[in-house]
Write a protein that binds this ligand. Structure first.
Ligand code: GLN
Length: 484
């Protein structure tokens, strides 16, 4: 049953081949068996899941026609869940039980989806390897001595190991696409503003965006249909109807104009990843797409600009964790200052502290213009590069990550080496554009991701291109060896 897609699970639930309780129990049992090995879930919500499934079965019996009704999924532990611990991968929130659901979680609940549990992640979504989690590292189902990518490494591993057919995730600089690439699954980061950020714990508010992970573009479309909504509680959420992303999945690709940025195929890219991506593009050419070489000349400034803007915003967002209102509080503080200092000192890990320090520095009087304002100006140039490119092409393709999954500790002492993992994904966030990663082969028996970048609000086209690709190739059906 765990090999079934979301679309197939849904059909079987509607046709009463099995019930939601049976499906949910199957994924829970599999998760309980595999999780000790991969550490992909922080929390499994067994009892609640079975209760939700029983509820979904009643809805199904009454003829509920929502495709997700009764389908079990997992949520990244960054989304607040009413009554269920939401840790954000941090000791700071190890004891935090939200009294409300994030809008995204509420949307899935309304659709009748069942929550299996909360997935592991880099602390406060800062990282590219899932090694910064307070709950320990996640193992890549394809190569257990390697990272799953990050920060949504838990969601990616849960989907790759078929502990859930789909999962929610978030992407601030690559955290959906890079782990999707490293774990051989399909991941979509929508346009900034397409999905509500309300109840999604903030890292860098002008970059953060919720999205989906699944094993195919079709399943990603089904998940996005339910996730996206206008939400007056998030002032950056667009007030436009959500299209049916499944309706255009099968559009023909004749006449599609693909742009290949020269900057995404340069130094630092693993040659075999380059070869796999080039072969993948040929599959789309055969479907009638044309290829054009393009340039995004400010690409080399994306990582430096991001590592000013993201830390600056995180230093502001994380100032709320003071040990007073909620979250970790130190023992026996001697005065208020001691309470602040020790609660934050104990609650946050090393990478989070590094970012708070960098961000506070960049925002301080006298440095603001030199760093933060300058980075915002660079961000505008990066956005203009995309605007110009999209005058001539419909989608931009390239690799998702420069290397396949690497071993634990491989970049441990060098934060900059880790930051370069997102060299091809970060510009998309700075420009607010939608991006996707789909599997397109293996290098050293580890998955490789093809990245698709679209114009703002063009998720439907990305899903269409990805779906057509998956109809004419089978990379997305490959599963990790040894995992039946
Ligand atoms: N790896 C990047 C970082 O560490 C992006 C993380 C993310 O997208 N949440 O900030």
């Amino acid at each position: 049953m765990h090999k079934l897609s979301i679309a197939e699970l849904s059909r079987n639930l509607k046709n009463k081949v099995f019930s939601s309780v049976e499906a949910t129990r199957h994924f829970l049992e599999r998760s309980k068996k595999l999780n000790p090995e991969f550490n992909a879930y922080i929390t499994l919500t067994e009892e609640q899941a079975l209760a939700e499934a029983a509820e979904a079965d009643k809805r199904l019996a009454a003829g509920d026609d929502n495709v997700l009704c009764g389908v079990p999924i997992a949520h990244k532990d960054i989304f607040c869940t009413n009554g269920v611990r939401t840790s954000c991968g941090s000791r700071m929130l190890d004891n935090f039980i939200p009294p409300y659901d994030a809008t995204v979680v509420a949307n899935y609940r309304a659709a009748g989806a069942v929550m299996l549990g909360k997935t592991n992640m880099d602390e406060f979504a800062m990282g590219s390897s899932n090694e910064t989690s307070w709950y320990g590292k996640v193992r890549n189902p394809w190569a257990p001595n390697c990272v799953p990518g990050g920060s949504s490494g838990g969601s990616a591993a849960v989907v790759a190991a078929m502990m859930a057919p789909g999962a929610t995730a978030t992407d601030t600089g690559g955290s959906i696409r890079q782990p999707a690439a490293l774990c051989g699954i399909t991941g979509l980061k929508p346009t900034y503003g397409r999905v509500s950020r309300w109840g999604m714990i903030a890292f860098a508010s002008s970059l953060d965006q919720g999205g989906v992970m699944a094993r195919s573009a079709e399943d990603a479309a089904i998940l996005l249909n339910a996730m996206a909504s206008y939400d007056s509680k998030d002032s950056t959420c667009i007030n436009e109807p959500v299209p049916d992303y499944t309706a255009t999945l099968h559009n023909k690709l004749e006449g599609l104009r693909i742009g290949l940025p020269e900057e995404y195929f340069g130094e630092g890219l693993h040659p075999e990843i380059q070869a796999a991506v080039e072969d993948a593009i040929k599959i789309l050419e055969k479907r009638g797409a044309s290829i054009k070489k393009i340039s995004l000349p400010h690409s080399h400034l994306a990582v430096p600009a991001y590592y000013v803007i993201a830390p600056a915003e995180c230093s502001a967002n994380l100032s709320r964790f003071d040990g007073v209102r909620y979250g970790h509080r130190c023992e026996d503080p001697k005065d208020l200052m001691d309470l602040f200092k020790r609660s934050r000192g104990e609650g946050f890990g090393e990478e989070v502290k590094r970012r708070i320090l960098v961000g506070t520095y960049a925002l301080s009087a006298g440095y603001y213009d030199a760093y933060y304002r300058k980075a915002q100006q660079v961000r505008r140039l990066i956005k203009q590069d995309f605007d110009e490119a999209f005058n001539d092409v419909d989608v931009i393709l390239g690799p998702t990550a420069p290397t396949p999954a690497f071993e634990f500790g491989a970049k441990g002492n060098d934060p900059v080496a880790m930051y370069l993992e997102d060299i091809y994904t970060i510009a998309t966030n700075l420009a607010g554009l939608p991006g996707m990663s789909i599997p397109c082969g293996l290098v050293d028996n580890k998955p490789v991701g093809l990245q698709l970048i679209g114009q703002a609000w063009d998720e439907a086209r990305l899903l269409n291109v990805a779906n057509e690709f998956q109809h004419h190739s089978d990379f997305h059906t490959w599963t990790p060896g040894g995992l039946a």
